[in-house]
Write a protein that binds this ligand. Structure first.
Ligand code: G6P
Length: 362
């Protein structure tokens, strides 16, 4: 409806879309649930998932970053190996495929030419395909065998926010559905966990002034910034750095915490911002070790952790959510930091230079 495509009281669509994320989570829960509160996924999709011996996720940009998180969730929950590929690379540098591959195309717009070119090739090879998209009726949605809609409503800002979290939520539901179909015992109810996620997101979007100040402290005079994480947090820092680059033009990279010492730490100078995400118990101590390493070299550090794993020095403590679903929550401060960095630099948040919302050329 018209309200979806108007900014209302917001300065930029990006902030409106960041704020919409809890509602999108609730909408997804509603849409993927039947009358008896069971997950509702088409039987044909279920069958394809059950048949696949390996899943190939194909995507670009933020959708690729969502795919990385999706891999973690699908492998953990459904027990199917997953590879995530950048569409533009896959189309000419195809890896050896498994015997029964299933292709999942993640695309907010459903129009990305790089992804479509892969679909055309894999379809010619006779492989099944699912599109996870915000635009049913888009090219990828029409051409793939099946579509899983995101129900995120129109995303207008070039920098993707609510589509990223919607993609992860839908992949979670798909993973759990597959696990159930395979008779696996599940340790969590995804619909309930996503409802908890929605509330956690809200507590963050309610504290915008905190992130506005943090952006000032971290990025005011900087030319570059680093984000670090381990495990699933490493996937989120890749999205965090992409957001910052896209809209504030600050050169930023997301690194695996343990890899810094193998090269990148050479770039740390007095005042270099390093943002760490620490939501995973098994790597909590090691990521904090990495923060100390860069702090000792003068970095301006900031750690975002999760309830239960926090330390006194942490700048942000996220409300506790299921450990597999932390990306849905930890990305929100990252989106807000990028937003405020861009605003503070006078950038056009919704229409960054050189970028298009969907890229329909290869
Ligand atoms: C463009 C946009 C990105 C987006 C990417 C993939 O480059 O600027 O924000 O992540 O395309 O788009 P898709 O619609 O396929 O998710």
């Amino acid at each position: 409806d018209a309200a979806d495509t108007e900014k209302g009281t917001y300065d930029y669509f990006m902030m409106k879309e960041i704020d919409e994320q809890p509602f999108v989570m609730r909408k997804i829960i509603q849409q993927y649930q039947d009358e008896s509160n069971n997950i509702k996924v088409e039987q044909v999709v279920r069958d394809e998932m059950a048949k696949a011996d390996r899943i190939y996720i194909i995507a670009a940009g933020t959708s690729y970053n969502a795919g990385l998180v999706g891999k973690q969730i699908i492998e953990n929950v459904a027990g199917i190996p997953v590879e995530v590929h950048i569409a533009s690379e896959f189309s000419y540098n195809m890896p050896l495929l498994s015997e029964k591959p299933l292709f999942i195309f993640i695309s907010q717009s459903g129009e990305t030419a790089d992804s479509r070119s892969v679909l055309v090739k894999t379809q010619a090879m006779g492989h099944p395909s699912i599109t996870v998209t915000n635009v049913p009726g888009s090219t990828l949605s029409r051409e793939a065998d099946y579509t899983l809609p995101l129900y995120a409503g129109p995303e207008i800002a070039v920098a993707s926010t609510k589509a990223y979290t919607a993609q992860i939520a839908v992949l979670t539901i798909l993973a759990v559905d597959t696990a159930k179909a395979k008779g696996k015992t599940l340790t969590f109810d995804p619909l309930q966990e996503l409802a908890i996620v929605a509330n956690a997101m809200e507590t963050l979007t309610d504290k915008k002034d905190v992130f506005e100040q943090m952006a000032l402290d971290l990025f005011k005079d900087t030319r570059n910034a680093f984000y670090i994480g381990r495990g699933v947090d490493y996937y989120v820092v890749q999205e965090a750095s992409l957001k910052l680059k896209e809209i504030s033009y600050i050169q930023a990279e997301g690194f695996a915490g343990g890899e810094l010492k193998h090269g990148t730490i050479a770039l740390i100078e007095e005042g270099t911002p390093v943002i760490a995400i620490a939501t995973q118990e098994n790597v909590n101590l090691s990521i904090r070790g990495n923060v100390q390493e860069v702090a000792a070299r003068g970095a301006n550090t900031c750690t975002v952790s999760m309830e239960g794993l926090e330390k006194d020095e942490d700048r942000v403590v996220l409300p506790h959510v299921h450990p597999l679903l932390t990306p849905l929550v930890s990305v929100v401060p990252m989106q807000l930091l990028a937003y405020y960095a861009a605003v503070q630099r006078g950038c056009d948040v919704d229409k960054p230079r050189n970028l298009a919302k969907s890229v329909t050329v290869e």
